[in-house]
Design a protein around this ligand. Sequence first.
Ligand SMILES: [Zn+2]
Length: 220
Amino acid sequence: MDKFVISSGHAKIVRGASGYIDEVDEARKVVSKVADYLKELDCTVDTFHDNTSKTQRDNINKIVKYHNSKSRDLDVSVHFNAGTKEIGGTEVLYYSDGNKVLAEKVSKAISEALGIKDRGAKKRTDLGFLKGTAKPAILIEVCFVDTKTNADAYKKNFNNCCKAIAETLSGEKLKEAVKPVEKKSVIHKVQVGAFSDEKNAANLAAELKKKGYSVNIVKG
Ligand SMILES: [Zn+2]
């Protein structure tokens, strides 16, 4: 697959779940980062965020309409889960059985990138997005906003998580990430004496050399 439409769940006004992190804010970040990575992999991507709907019904309709107006192989909706007091984890929801394997793969890849539980693929035939979109579709529940370990893991591994999604959807591997710029090394100098007479400096240097130290005389 190389043509995708990806949208964030809910809307700017009709908000989603909120806990240690906010679903709508984070879903938007994930959508845009995944789109960047997919483009790096030469995929065609359209993204959508609903900034205007005032009701849930309008919101679902608007998202579905956008997806269905584009040419694509797969529709993807990005959400975050809420409501568990347990360990949370990643889930990917699908509508038709043909998309079960992809949903499983995406769920596994995200859970591994985040180091959280893989809750796996879940068939859902009652969700507006999955019902309304005409192409194969999955709905990603990245992690739980109200499980602290999930929110922390997500914040720490955001890029990895988005890479994992892009690589799994496209079936291609991104080039190795650019290594972070090396920190400048700091040299710690040890000074043992300061002499105005060069001879005295030379004598101390000789003594230290005898003891096996490497010595530099620096004039300054
Ligand atoms: Zn949601």
